[in-house]
Structure formats: C-alpha cells, structure tokens
Ligand binder design. Structure first.
Ligand code: PEP
Length: 255
C-alpha cells in the first residue's frame, strides 16, 4: 500500500503569531478528526522549523516539512540552508522543485536531481514537484514534458532510493489561479506518470509511489480529485493557510 499524504505549503506567508496559531489549530483538529493513516505534512518557512516540531511531536501523523534546501552538503553559501541542517531540526519532508523556484530561481531538473540526493542522504523525504505551463497544456506534448521532468530529476536514483520519493504533479496553470485540473485531467497525468515509473523501475515500485495533485485544491474539489485511482493526496498552497479548510481537505482523503 502506498502512503496517503496531504502536505500544506505555506510559501512565504504568516508571521510568528499567526503561524503559531495555525499550527496549533491544525494539530488539534487533525488529532480529533483525521484518519491516522493519512500523513499530514506542514511545510513552513525556515524560522518555524526550530520550534514547530515540539508542537506536534507526539502526533505521529503530522510531519514537519521545509520548502527548499541547498544542493550542496555544506559550505560558504550565505543565506542558504542545507539538508543536513534541516534534518538536525527534525525535518521529515522537503519540497524540491516547486514551480515558483523553477521559475523565479531558475532551478533546472539537473540541479533538482542534486537536491533530491541531498534530501535522501539526510534521511528525509523529497516531495518532487513537476508540471506543465498553460502554453504547453494547450499546444504541446504536456505529458511528455512532465515525464521528462521525472526522468531528469529522479531517474538517476536506484530503486531503493526512488521508492522513498513523493511526487507532486502541479500544473503551473492551476497554482494559485483558482483553475483546478479536473479529476479526469489529474488522473490522465497521474496514470501516465505511474506507467512511466513502471517502465523504468517496474510495476512494484510504481504501485508503491505516492503521487500528489496540487493546484487550487480546496475542500470542495478535493473529494473528487482524491477519488481518482492514481491520486494519493495533495500538495496544498493557499488553502493550507486556513485551518478549517486544510483539515477538511485532509479529511476528504480516503485512508
Ligand atoms: C502550491 O503552491 O503548491 C499550490 C498547490 O498552490 P495553490 O494550492 O494555492 O494553488
């Protein structure tokens, strides 16, 4: 059975008081309402990581996530944070290759392959993001493009490492736009990616790979997206900033 995951990506939002309040509300609601088989991940800005874990350490189905890390193990990279620093603060998951980082920070799949290596070498789980632009969706081989992102970013890994990676399909045209992929569009891509993984690593590895959907997911559309056979949960941006909405999304994921 593959893991079912809902991960919240706060991005660069919420100062200390509001962020602490959000963590505490989510922790209480997840404890009382969310099936313990669903793994909830909170990916917050770096300064929270030092204390957030203490707020949910006793709750096994909430994990701590970061939104990025540097591709080098250590050194003179002022302002950057390495995977080993994250692990020393008990981070469990790291988002790698979010489309905002690909676009604004020019992160290539080759660079992301290095980040994935660092995350895995430090016993954390990468959430590897992929997805096509609107122009590609309308006029190009969008499935082929996303498959290639996986090939370059991940297929250098041996199977025993690849199996530890979570993949998030996030069509760029759906992120923060209110334009969600339909369940049919999400399923089409997820099934194609699972087949792509099967072709490279075999059916068993593919069947165990967790594939998340992300892009304007909310409590209304999550149930139909999560009902798709190849959608194993979600990566949630804007809606993860509202405790009730986020926990309702978590509750709609069949365990
Ligand atoms: C995201 O940034 O990963 C995301 C899915 O954002 P949103 O849910 O706001 O579209």
């Amino acid at each position: 059975m593959r893991k079912k995951i809902v991960a919240g990506n706060w991005k660069m939002n919420l100062t200390r008081e509001a962020g602490t309040m959000l963590i505490s509300e989510v922790v209480n609601m997840v404890r009382d309402e969310v099936n313990s088989q669903v793994q909830v991940v909170l990916c917050m800005p770096y300064p929270y990581l030092g204390f957030a874990k203490r707020m949910f350490r006793s709750q096994a189905n909430i994990a701590l996530g970061a939104q990025n890390c540097h591709e080098k193990p250590a050194g003179a990279y002022t302002g950057e944070v390495s995977a080993s620093i994250l692990r020393s603060f008990e981070v469990d998951y790291v988002i790698v290759g979010h489309s905002e980082r690909r676009e604004y920070f020019k992160e290539s799949d080759e660079l992301l392959a290095e980040k994935v290596r660092q995350v895995l070498a430090n016993q954390m789980t990468p959430i590897f993001c992929c997805g096509e632009s609107l122009a590609l969706r309308q006029n190009g081989d969008y499935v082929g493009f996303v498959k290639q992102q996986l090939t370059t970013g991940l297929f250098h890994l041996p199977a025993q490492d690849f199996i530890r990676v979570v993949i998030a399909y996030e069509p760029i045209w759906a992120i923060g736009t209110g334009l969600t992929a339909s369940p049919e569009q999400a399923q089409e891509m997820h099934a194609a990616l699972r087949q792509h993984i099967a072709n490279h690593y075999g059916e068993t590895v593919a069947a165990h790979t967790t594939l998340l959907y992300g892009g304007s997911c909310n409590a209304q559309n999550a149930p139909s997206l999560f009902a798709c056979p190849d959608v194993d949960g979600g990566l949630i941006g804007g809606a993860s900033l509202k405790s009730r909405e986020f926990v309702n999304i978590c509750k709609s994921l069949p365990a």
